[in-house]
Design a binder for this molecule. Structure first.
Ligand code: SF4
Ligand code: SF4
Length: 231
């Protein structure tokens, strides 16, 4: 194909139907609504008393397929602990040039320390700025994400954090033993319960039995099909 034929192909493409959608779908300055479980910039959560939830166990770093988390744990000083328990996250970094926002780190975390907000509009001019440190990731005193100067937070981006799969008995509650369910409370904000899941933290024996029965026949107590996997 010669130059002229090549230019003709390009010119004709100008009149073909676009295959990409408009980014600003709701009007000037308004972005499309994001799904409830949108995976964006991470946050490191704290308990209500200000203690950090991260215990420096490095499970998130171990499970990360992009190898973009770097954690170093350190022993808590008994007179001035940073987190409950023996250790805390002394160094915590995420390289956003590599993160694919798969949320596996969130699912691996045993303390719900790391979750993802819905913020994805942040850019950098050098590699160092793309590596978020613990100082930037940890939530503020109000329990909400820090809104850093180069980030474009929109309404609802911090409303709920990403999903977290509860595969073990939380808080030692025997009622949850062998029950896999979504947590109703995730970092900050309380999410509506999943189908077949009670809103309160621990199901009653009746509800637990209900879930077990649903698992057994693939339907929950309300007649919904519960075999469809995550939402
Ligand atoms: S979301 Fe996925 S890629 Fe990003 S830090 Fe977590 S595990 Fe790694
Ligand atoms: S964020 Fe969670 S999984 Fe990662 S080091 Fe801290 S406690 Fe462990």
């Amino acid at each position: 194909m010669g130059y002229l034929e090549g230019f003709a192909v390009t010119f004709n493409k100008l009149f073909e139907e676009r295959v990409t959608g408009e980014y600003k779908a709701k009007g000037e300055g308004e972005k499309r609504d994001k799904p409830e479980r949108f995976h964006g910039r991470h946050v490191l959560n704290r308990y209500e008393d200000g203690m950090e939830k991260c215990i420096g166990c490095e499970l998130c770093a171990g499970v990360c397929p992009a190898r973009c988390i770097y954690v170093r744990g350190a022993d808590n000083q008994p007179e001035n602990p940073v987190s409950p328990g023996e250790r805390y996250g002394y160094v915590y970094e995420i390289n956003y040039l590599r993160c694919i926002h798969c949320d596996l780190c969130v699912e691996a975390c045993p303390t719900q320390a790391i979750t993802e907000s819905k913020l994805f509009e942040f850019s950098f001019t050098n590699r160092q700025d793309a590596i978020y440190t613990k100082d930037e990731l940890v939530v503020g005193d109000d329990g909400m994400p820090q809104k850093l100067p180069w980030e474009d937070w929109r309404e609802g981006d911090d409303a709920l954090t990403s999903g977290w799969m509860r595969a073990t008995s939380p808080g030692g509650s025997a009622a949850y033993q062998n029950t896999v369910a979504w947590s109703g409370e995730l970092g900050y904000g309380v999410r509506a319960p999943e189908q077949g899941q009670a809103a309160d933290a621990a199901p009653t024996d009746v509800e637990a039995a209900d879930v077990d029965a649903a698992d057994a026949d693939g339907h929950d107590s309300h007649g919904h099909d519960s075999t469809g996997g995550g939402h």
